[in-house]
Design a protein around this ligand. Sequence first.
Ligand code: SAH
Ligand code: SF4
Ligand code: F3S
Length: 467
Amino acid sequence: MNFDIKTNSYLPEQCGYAARVKALLTEREVVNPKAHIVTFGCQQNVSDSERIKGMLCLCGYSLTENIEEADFILFNTCAVRGHAEDRVYGNVGATKKLKQQNKNLIVAVCGCMAQQQSVADKFYKSYPYVDIVFGTQQYHRLPEFIYRRMTTKRVYELGLDNKEIVENIPVCRDGTLKGWLPIMYGCNNFCTYCIVPYVRGRERSRAPEEIIKEATEMVQSGFKEIMLLGQNVNSYGLGESHGINFAKLLRMINDIEGDFRIRFMTSHPKDCTEELLDTIRDCKKVERHIHLPFQSGSSKILKQMNRRYDREGYLRLIKAARSRMPDVEFTSDIIVGFPGETYEDFCETLSLVKEVKFTSLFTFIYSPREGTPAAIMPDPITREEKGRWFNELLIAQDEISEQLNNSLIGKKMRILCEEYLGDGLYSGKSEYYSSVTFSGTPDMFGNFVTVRVDEYKNNTLYGTVIN
Ligand code: SAH
Ligand code: SF4
Ligand code: F3S
């Protein structure tokens, strides 16, 4: 746990509420108040939860892994697929019993699912033990919401006004080696299957000086890997007068003094420029890995998805990257069974996977999201059929991963020693995407070590430290 109280100069009004919450907790004799946070969804949510934890610490709560002892429980939710939503209702429902045992317990629901009016209404009306429901652009007001709940009524705040970004929210980071750094919020792309633009609002980029300040603080406090976050990092700075695009931002972060590594996600192919590829090649601290979701290998389906590139354009991009960096690794997201997709269309996805040879894939069966254009497109293929295509894709990728991993044997890699597995074994990621397991010593933990890859077995690369 790394509570960054240094940056605690955020909204004075909210700091005032936090102080009042703290005083009320003491007055009500809530001894050592504890908060438990459950986070669903993507890294954006994980990063938001780190700031939510920061604000809770400011209000006097300490964090607990044990939901049973919590005085404050928050669910940070995801709406990207139906499956993600189903899990939340069960989890929230289980707090009813806890509320009967602890009269001071406050239950809050936020995040992308709560941002949808119909869902927020359901939480508010059908779950009377949910005290606070708030949307994705209201996080910074959490101290105020808690104070209002403690003194008056339940809170329901969904405002999505796309105003400027609130900076200097205290952050309580989950790790001490690898940290998230949001550079932009929201999305303007409106891919026809996707709920994100509706629940996260329009793209807003953080000011470059704020990002550099936060990155510098992270490096100075010992972070060895910074993951730049955004739904479409490649469109960073669009529409801003400072003229700093994502490539320039990467160069600026690369220039920060210190031994650390820069990762980023997610890159949208339509905004991946030659300038960006040159920058990735030139900047020593930037990983040699691009997460570049292509979603479908069929140009017809890509058009219906409103992705604004086609199969050929995507393959050209892969070629352009490999001509600059022959060993660059790619990962991708794929949707199987988009409405109207035929087996022939799916075979184009399969052939693209075989052609590009991604290190790893994040594959999803299409899930209709209410309010998106795709949700009302005819979708005649059954779930079972889509499941068969999906399995075909997994089998093909397993074979490719096996080949790629075997081709790494003998290579030297610079690994951030980031996890102790027990029995003297450590593991970590290279400047590419791969993880390697090796015998090490405690002094290696948290540092970069050079490892030679010896073998690939049981889906794991094993290596030997050579420095
Ligand atoms: N902004 C990122 C991705 C955000 S969502 C990007 O554009 O790449 C992460 C992934 O979830 C998407 O890339 C997509 O593959 C998947 N996804 C989004 N909506 C989906 C839906 N309705 N059904 C299935 N998968 C979906
Ligand atoms: Fe969704 Fe497309 Fe935006 Fe990604 S780029 S968040 S898939 S709308
Ligand atoms: Fe889910 Fe919201 Fe992320 S919908 S994937 S948590 S942006």
